[in-house]
Design a protein around this ligand. Structure first.
Ligand SMILES: NC(=O)C[C@H](N)C(=O)O
Length: 485
């Protein structure tokens, strides 16, 4: 059962080949058996899952099921879940039981989905390897000596290992796409504003966006259908109709104009990855696409601009964790200053502290114009680069990450080396565009992801482009041996 995609599981439930309770029990048993190795879950919620599965079976029996009714999924632990610990991968929130559900969680519940638990992640989504989690790193199911990527590493590993049929992720600077690439799954970061951020713990509010992570583009379409749409509780959520993402999947790709940015194929890219991307692009030629080189001249400024904007917003957002209202509080504070200092000092890990310090510095009087204002101008230049490219092409393709999954510890001592693993993804966040990662092969036995970037609100087109490729190839069907057999 666990090998089936969400679309296949929904068909099986409808035909009564198995019940949601059976399906849920199968996944819970797999988590119990395999997650001690992978560490992809921070919290499992078997009682909630089985209650939701029973309710789903009733709904299916009455003929009132939707495409996600009875499907076992899991939530990144950045989404607030009522009555369930919501840690954001941090000691700061280790004791935090959320009093409400995030909008995304509400929508999955309303659709009748089953929540298996909360997934491991880099602390407050800051990281690209899952090594910054207070709960320990997640292992990559393809090779447990390598990282799963981050920050949505628990989501990617759980889906790759068939512990959940689908998972939510969030992407501030590559956090859905890079782990999807490292674990050989499909992930979509939608346009900024497509999905409500309400109840999603804020890291960098002008960049954060939730999205689906699953095995296929079709499954991502099914999940996005439920996640997308206006919510007045998030002032940046866009009030715009949600298209039927599944209806567009099978459209043919005749005449699709693909752009390959020359900046994506330069120095620093693993040559094995470059050739797999070229092979995938050749497949698209066979499917009727035309291919041309485009340029994103300000791409090289994306990582530096991100590491001003994101820490600046993080220093402001994380000011709320003060030991007073919720989260970690130090023992016996001497006075208020001691309470703040020790609670934050004990509650946050090293990477989070680094970002808060960078952000506070960048925003401080005298440095604001030199850093923050300048980074905002660069952001505008990057958006303009994409706008110009999309005058000539429909989608942009390139590698998701410059390397395959790396070994634990390989980049932890060098923050800049770690930051560079998001070199191809971050510009998309700065511009607010949608982007996907799909599996296109293996290098050194590890999965390689290709990124597909589209214009604003072109998620239907991206999913269509990804789906047609997945119908013509089988990279997305490969299963990590040993762990996920
Ligand atoms: N949250 C993200 O998108 C991850 C990014 N690597 C960061 O550390 O900021």
């Amino acid at each position: 059962m666990h090998r089936k995609t969400i679309a296949e599981l929904a068909a099986g439930l409808e035909r009564k080949e198995f019940s949601s309770v059976e399906l849920t029990q199968t996944h819970l048993a797999r988590i119990e058996r395999l997650d001690p190795i992978l560490n992809s879950f921070i919290t499992t919620t078997p009682e909630i899952a089985l209650a939701q599965a029973r309710a789903a079976d009733e709904r299916i029996a009455k003929g009132e099921a939707g495409p996600l009714t009875g499907i076992p999924i899991a939530q990144k632990d950045i989404f607030c879940t009522k009555g369930v610990r919501t840690s954001c991968g941090s000691r700061m929130l280790d004791n935090f039981i959320s009093p409400y559900d995030a909008c995304v969680v509400e929508r999955f519940s309303a659709a009748g989905a089953v929540m298996l638990g909360k997934l491991n992640m880099d602390e407050f989504a800051m990281g690209s390897s899952n090594e910054t989690s207070y709960y320990g790193p997640v292992k990559n199911p393809w090779n447990t000596g390598t990282v799963p990527g981050g920050s949505s590493g628990g989501s990617a590993a759980a889906v790759a290992a068939r512990l959940a049929a689908g998972a939510t992720g969030t992407d501030t600077g590559g956090s859905i796409r890079q782990p999807a690439a490292f674990c050989g799954i499909t992930g979509l970061k939608p346009t900024y504003g497509r999905i409500s951020r309400w109840g999603m713990i804020a890291f960098a509010s002008s960049l954060d966006q939730a999205g689906p992570m699953a095995r296929t583009a079709e499954d991502c379409a099914i999940m996005l259908q439920t996640m997308a749409g206006f919510d007045e509780r998030d002032s940046t959520c866009v009030d715009r109709p949600v298209p039927d993402y599944c209806a567009a999947l099978a459209n043919n790709l005749d005449g699709l104009r693909i752009g390959l940015p020359k900046e994506f194929f330069g120095e620093g890219l693993d040559p094995a990855i470059a050739s797999l991307i070229q092979e995938a692009v050749d497949e698209y030629r066979k499917l009727g696409a035309t291919v041309k080189e485009v340029s994103l001249p300000n791409m090289h400024l994306s990582v530096p601009a991100y590491y001003v904007v994101a820490p600046a917003e993080c220093s402001s957002n994380l000011a709320r964790f003060d030991g007073v209202r919720f989260g970690h509080r130090c023992e016996n504070p001497a006075d208020l200053a001691d309470l703040y200092t020790r609670s934050r000092g004990e509650g946050f890990g090293a990477e989070v502290k680094r970002r808060i310090l960078i952000g506070t510095y960048a925003l401080s009087a005298g440095y604001y114009d030199a850093y923050y204002l300048k980074a905002q101008k660069v952001r505008r230049l990057i958006s303009e680069d994409f706008r110009r490219a999309f005058e000539e092409v429909d989608v942009i393709m390139g590698p998701t990450a410059p390397s395959v999954a790396f070994e634990f510890g390989a980049k932890s001592a060098d923050p800049i080396a770690m930051y560079l693993s998001d070199i191809y993804t971050i510009a998309v966040n700065l511009a607010g565009l949608p982007g996907m990662s799909i599996p296109v092969g293996f290098a050194d036995g590890l999965p390689v992801g290709m990124q597909i970037i589209g214009g604003y609100f072109s998620e239907d087109r991206l999913l269509n482009v990804a789906h047609r490729y997945q119908q013509a190839t089988d990279w997305h069907t490969h299963v990590p041996t040993g762990i996920a057999d």
